[in-house]
Design a protein around this ligand. Sequence first.
Ligand code: ASP
Length: 418
Amino acid sequence: MAKKKLSITTKILIGIVSGALVGLILNIYFPHIFEPLNEYLFDPIGVLFIKAIKMIVVPLVFFSIAIGAAGIADPKKLGRIGGKTIALYLITTAVAITFALLLANVINPGEGTDIPLGTEKPEISASPDIKETLLNIVPENPVQALASAEMLQIIVFALFFGIGMALLGEKVSRVKEFIDQSNEVMIKLVALIMKTAPYAAFALIARAVGAAGIDLIGSMGWYMLTIIFTLLVHMFISYTILLVLFAKMNPVFFLKGIFPVMEVAFTTSSSAATLPVTMECAERNLKIPKSISSFVLTLGATINMDGTAIMQGVAVVFIAQLYGIPLDIQAQLMIILTATLASIGTAAVPGAGMITLAMVLNAVGLPVEGIAIVLGVDRLLDMSRTVTNVVGDLVVACVVAKGEEKRGNKELPVESGA
Ligand code: ASP
């Protein structure tokens, strides 16, 4: 009888549960065995995984933003619809992350757990000054920015680079092709790294629970609940308001029409893989003209990630609480700024949000190693946040379509084939 292959989700679940069990048993009954096991097995696997993630963050963010900007800055695509779409995407993402910070600061998922984490508590410099950060956003030396992983500077350089490519058009088609294909290679690398996620999840959870005991399992539960609750709050409040007030659409009609999209987003954890279904449902069920849906939804799958921003907001507060580092208001504003930008730079594939989380942690001066704690359970959250990501794209598409309809934009035939 042919053996049935386990799905990646099942494997990750097995990794998480067995990691927690092994960690807990070692923590309670065999702490002396935990030490060497951690030193030679769990810790190295975790460290390698985190290093692999760090390895691709700079090229991935650079290529994906440069190619995205080249597309957006396409003079044919810009204009009223482009401007409105980008503004709505940025605003909804900033609102999403604000919800995340508010709820994470109320629920405090990481408070009250003392975690030795296997590593020493890092020295944290004071969170960077907002004015200074804004001034520093334009790099004097882009190569240095890339080399020292200055994410905001890299984003700005990538944006300029993309706009430059768009303005030069055909003349630089080979450069564009190179960047586009490099981006594909990076996305492939993310997929390869994610293949090892079940083993990494096992090692990371066993390491963390083995060191901190049962308290951490409780904290992780709160962390996950905070994210899922915030995703729901954002969808019910922000999206309903947009649908009812601006798109004049019944939310129940909307939900019925997009159900297949939610299903595919949940199972694939990828906005990009869901895109064909998203477009199909938008056109067939929500009656959004193709000329709008093709632009708004493709752009949304690339740059609009409300769910990812929510995860990043909660994760940063959670990690800061576990390390016992207070985040002042300035740091929280920095999180809103960087997570909004990070969501633009996040590739629409499974696990990509964890990679740009490194950038947000960096920006507020928190240790990137904090990712090791949240990474173990990330796949489950990835499935849920991807649903929010694609639903957010569809809501904006409805609002933009309504706006154009009101303007009596008759150049938008339903089946323009554009
Ligand atoms: N998986 C998400 C998406 O494709 C991105 C992420 O990892 O947050 O939308």
